[in-house]
Design a protein around this ligand. Structure first.
Ligand code: ADP
Ligand code: MG
Length: 342
């Protein structure tokens, strides 16, 4: 199947948007940016065997390729609008493409993102996506805006994706559990074996991250700095510290942990995944103490848990304190990704 047949297949399934003057099919797309808005643009690439395991389902690859990009827009407080897709495929495989699009377009339609162009080539499996979104002029959430005294918050739970990756690669194994909260959460994955249910739930956190767009938009004008957690909480917060010229102190016991992670690993290992695992695609943000009530309300409005995990200090880098107030360090320092580094 030649390349243009694949492009036709993509084009046939793409949903329109009013501000797409010209989409797939010409030499370039023509897009209308609303007056008074700034364009936020971000790009991320997923390489097979580096950013996702080779056994990842095509629909999950499609979902994740868009999700990691939308997560960057969420961290800027932007409203997504358009995306482009560069596909490098070993074979022009229409069956694979259809499944890939199932995942990619499901997420696109959920957030009203139009696919407006791209590139299709032959080569090792690799997917690059560029997303475009709108922010009110000068209201984007930037890494350099954290202030001393700010609270540090994070959305959702941390460490689940890293745990899934560690299980997949054989670097970790789970304990037997009779924890009912965990079993209840995981049982939606419809597997008779409790261990396998827990693993499937963790794996879904790795394969199908939910970009926190609604939270990000609501934080615009409320939060100071924001970043999405892709390389691990400590590594990503270090970027905020460097850009804002501040430090941060976190409470280890405050890091939000899913019941599944809590039930499946010993505490120290689970904390390691939370602090430096990566692939969470949760939002970490700083906000003044005076914003606590409004942030608390956001939880009800968005359905996403928001947890206060520490505060911004005058320098000193990223520090974590355990339950006894002692400085804590993850056993495995830094970020360890699937296969090779990235
Ligand atoms: P050109 O040779 O002019 O660069 P292409 O043949 O690469 O054009 O692409 C033709 C049209 O199909 C363009 O509008 C391009 O944006 C679109 N396109 C190509 N590959 C993809 C893809 N993977 N996803 C979405 N649109 C694509
Ligand atoms: Mg051309």
């Amino acid at each position: 199947m030649p390349e243009f047949d694949l492009i036709d297949r993509i084009r046939a399934r793409v949903a329109p948007r009013e501000d797409v003057i010209l989409g797939i099919g010409d030499d370039a797309a023509l897009l209308q940016v609303p007056a008074g808005m700034q364009l936020a643009v971000s790009m991320d690439t997923l390489n097979a065997g580096v950013h996702f395991p080779h056994d990842t389902a095509p629909a999950d690859i499609g979902w994740k390729a868009l999700a990691v990009n939308l997560s960057d827009l969420a961290a800027m407080g932007a409203q997504p609008a358009w995306c482009t897709l560069s596909l490098s495929l070993p074979e022009p495989d229409s069956e694979w493409l259809d499944r890939f699009l199932d995942g990619f377009l499901a997420l696109a339609s959920r957030h009203d993102v139009a696919l407006v162009g791209g590139d299709t080539t032959r080569g090792p499996l690799s997917i690059s996506v560029t997303v475009h979104g709108f922010v009110v002029a000068d209201a984007a959430l930037r890494r350099n805006a954290a202030r001393v005294g700010d609270d540090v918050w994070v959305s959702g739970t941390l460490g689940d994706a890293a745990a899934a990756l560690a299980l997949w690669s054989g670097r970790a194994s789970t304990a037997d559990t009779t924890d009912h909260a965990a079993i209840g959460e995981a049982s939606a994955h419809g597997n008779d074996d409790v261990q396998q249910q827990l693993h499937a739930w963790l794996r879904s956190r790795l394969d199908r991250p939910e970009p926190r767009l609604e939270v990000g938009r609501a934080l615009s004008g409320l939060a100071h700095a924001a970043i999405d957690v892709s390389d691990g909480l400590l590594a990503d917060l270090a970027h905020v510290c460097a850009a804002s010229n501040v430090g941060v102190e976190l409470q280890l016991q405050s890091l939000p942990m899913s019941p599944v992670l809590r039930a499946s690993f010993d505490e120290e290992q689970a904390h390691g995944f939370q602090a430096s695992g990566g692939d969470d695609y949760e939002l970490c943000f700083t906000a003044p103490v005076s914003a606590r009530d409004r942030i608390w309300h956001l939880r009800g409005e968005t359905g996403v848990t928001l947890t206060r995990i520490g505060s911004i200090t005058e320098g000193g880098g990223v520090r974590v304190r355990d339950a006894n107030g002692q400085l804590w360090r993850p056993a495995r320092s830094g970020y360890e990704h699937f296969g090779a580094g990235r």
